[in-house]
Design a protein around this ligand. Sequence first.
Ligand code: SAM
Length: 199
Amino acid sequence: GYRCRSIYKLKEMDETHRIFKQGMTVVDIGAAPGSWSQAAAEKIYRYSDDGMPIFTSPGKIIAVDLLRFTPMEGVTQILGDVTNRIVQMKVIDELKGVKEENDIRKADVVMCDAAPKASGHKSQDHIILIQLIIQLSKFSLQILKPGGTYLFKLWDGSETEKLRKSLQRYFKTVKNVKPPASRDESSEFYVLCQKFKPL
Ligand code: SAM
């Protein structure tokens, strides 16, 4: 079974916008309890004839969260706050090719479903999440491959447009997406940035 209902939001977005392909490297932020990593694993790893995933096939998933979750084959967990530089360095270490020391393997997809503790004040929660996303965006621009995808959750508010505008310089398309499975959480939506073009 799946670890969290949130998986359907990601699956719906992947069906419509074709986010994952076999062999990709995916960084999952705010990953606990792990259902987005599960969805990514289903798409990026190859499967044997009896339906078992082949984790030695190309592809990698790096999951970051403040909380530890039940380990999952094919998923490397990093514990900590994604805005912390030390945590970011650990992600970069995991992306590094084993053979060539200085070859940073970059990510095909950075996805973030992180939810800071909500205060219940809409505008305040919006700002707290935007601050996290601004820092994550700087990091994502460092670790994404040209052509890569950046997907993140927002709670709508005053700073949404400014953030979208700043990302439009770096991606061919920046879309707001509201997957049907997200209908309950009213102010929540996702920003899908596709085809990263480094400046
Ligand atoms: N996508 C996940 C899944 O499908 O299993 C659910 C993610 S849950 C809605 C949000 C997660 O964001 C929580 O586990 C929380 O610990 C994490 N989180 C919040 N702030 C964070 C931060 N600064 N760094 C890393 N993780 C964070």
